[in-house]
Design a protein around this ligand. Sequence first.
Ligand code: TMP
Length: 219
Amino acid sequence: MRGFFITLEGLDGCGKSTQLERLAAALSQRGLAVLATRQPGGTEIGTSIRALMIQQHSRLSPVAEVLLMMADRAQHVSDIIKPNLEAGRIVISDRYIDSSVAFQGYGRGLEITAVEALNDLATGGLLPDLTILFELNREAAQARLATRTEKQLTDSAPMTGFDDEQHDFHQRVQQGYWQLAARHPDRIHCVDADGSVNEVHQRVMALVLERLQELGVRS
Ligand code: TMP
């Protein structure tokens, strides 16, 4: 069996990292081989790139930022994602190509077609079988981020703050995600991220099991 590739997307604070853990655990319990990973940071090189980006974010130009994201992505695809898919595993990545289009393209104003071309180069054209876009309004995402512990913030630091100045940026990212979902309806599925962890998990599971069934993966 060729593996199955799932990516999770959304604004910072949308709850996707918690849902990734729940989804990976639920699929493992069903006896499926699962690998959970993330971008930026799924490899040793990626972890260094992630730390560099968090530290130097305010000084990075948008082009430098997108190229660092792509370096992380290229390494991640070749070292982790491809080999695990080839071994027949379900790979779940917290962020992938759509983050660069939404954040660096729509958010920072880089040309969308240029970001897409870079994505293609970095991934060799490897697309997810399913992308789950977690939908949560900016205020709710901000409120969730405010409850993060110091450890969670060190592990997963949003590169852009949620103060008022950044409001327009997050609006553009949100709209970028919606445009992506409209352009790729077969791949990108929206999930309402408002609700308890359990409620959102049920929505995610329903979607994933349906897609696995369509592709004939035993679940
Ligand atoms: P995370 O905390 O969800 O792991 O994401 C880290 C930050 O990196 C988040 O603010 C989104 C940002 N990011 C981009 O701007 N472009 C990308 O391509 C990726 C993968 C992440």
